[in-house]
Design a protein around this ligand. Sequence first.
Ligand code: FEO
Ligand code: CA
Ligand code: CA
Length: 624
Amino acid sequence: MREHDIDELSFDDYDELRDPRPEDNGFDAVVDAAMSRRGFLGGVVAFGSGAAVMGTTFLASEAQAANRFGFNPIPTSTANTITLPEGYEWEVLVKWGQPLWSGTPDVDQATGGTAETQARAFGDNTDGMAIFAKGDKQILAVNNEYIQNKVLLNNREDGKAINADDVQKMKNAHGISILEIEEGANGWDVVLDSEFNRRITIDTPMELTGPAAGHDLLKTDADPMAKTVLGTWNNCGNGETPWGTYLTCEENFNGYFGSADAEQELPAEFKRYGIKTKSRYGFEKFDDRFDLSKNINEPNRHGYIVEIDATDPTSTPKKRTALGRFKHENAETVLAADGRVVVYMGDDERGEFLYKFVSKDAYVEGGSTEGLLSDGQLYVAKFNDDLSGEWIALTPEATGMTAEEICIHTRVAGSKVGATTMDRPEWVAVNPLKVEAYCALTNNKNRGLKTNAGGDETPVGGPNPREANKFGQIVRWRPVNGDHTDTKFTWDLYVMAGNPTIFDDDRAGSANVNTGNMFNSPDGMQFDSKGLLWIQTDGDYKNEGDFAGQGNNQMLIGDPATGEIVRFMTGPNRCEVTGLCWSLDRRTAFVGIQHPAADFPDGPGTLPRSCVVAVKRTDGGVIG
Ligand code: FEO
Ligand code: CA
Ligand code: CA
């Protein structure tokens, strides 16, 4: 692969390229069993002829399906713009490089700006986001997951940093942007110079909390107590707590570390997390913190969930080690009947696991929330082929690891208890109208072919029923006693994505996928207030081969009660549609457009700018 193409890769694909899993030919018995299961499930799922894995609710109530969507679904698109159904409109709310404070120029098209302008502007590669109220003000917190280095460093050959200032600019484009927004006669705008505007970057001090805080594996020369860590990066999905704080999720944190010593021997646990001596952006050449030969423990301080009070610009973000360390996608939070806090979390890598955290104490309105995400029990999911499943507690007894080690080397703990290797768990969404949760399993080309990085087998079957899964699926589960703290659940597949214009086997997708709504690689997911599931895609947008006719990445809306799924939005060329929240009056949906193609959104000849768009009904009605 040419260097140019490598720069265009998503972080997940970059990881796979530099750290390929071994071909796994040693599990003939597993594969044989899997093949027979696949034959069974494939037939049922693809043609909807029976019960097994597809949601029984869907099959039972298909005939009564009513159009709860209120719009005419749109076709796929290959246009370099956003397309919406008739009766809807969009505008850009904020884009990469747009100043949050006056006195800072808009992004310089020739250079991509400077470290200083970037520190005062919206970050790159928008992702998860949430909106918070403070009085009558609306404050938006947005993840800036990673960077388009060839755009950001448009003044450098191949987007490569040549000095510390370039690295500082790259760091300042990461993290979280917090901005007050308001709707006026001319639509939505950023409130320049708002007291709430804030940039959190790779260098922002934050507090380590929970069991791993203070542990030897987290100590560095700069922080011998392992209590204060600098920064957060590769912030992917998000969550919101019942007490109004923002949760941001550190995903592919590993790719930022390198070593001046290419032959350096690294700890065994680094392999599981894909930490290597070569980094993606070369920070280690200009900042020792990212050089493993000088700071071997720095990677252990990242890969967590971070809690931020977006309504207090002076607050210190808190890394919550109790929620485990892995490639965190999002953190879907729900209160159980007894007030305990349940957080569902996916680990987005091929063959990694799905997790759940349950707080020790209950949330009490107005009470202290400090311990709720620091003290509790972490679980990992095991799915059985008979549509049952259980949450296995990651305890010292079950894993042979200390409580601190479980929080730091969480993947290893999951392997020790035999968790189910999944097809890349992306966002989890909890249905507000029913005690059930959904997780997007985006795709997994290694399913049935290669182990995960810990050597765990990835047999075809259960919620991962297709070998070399190219299209992805959405699994859902229901706690047996209707309580999210339960350790037993039942599960089914809400949808298996596919391409019914090319295939007539299980690659055609499940019965609720058709030529009118097909898609690949479900990723972002949120429920709206009406209990409809909004599904965003981050998949193959080449519109050819197995993906012919599927066009650009898109956003669909599903009805969990009927199984029906319809297309609501198509994004511009090359983009991923990711991140979703609503204005406080629910008349605007804010949608993230990450890494679009050149010319979007500013027109011909302009740099591509990742952006958040505001989508409204033209009649001003409630949107979701
Ligand atoms: Fe950042 Fe797994 O998506
Ligand atoms: Ca994602
Ligand atoms: Ca993805």
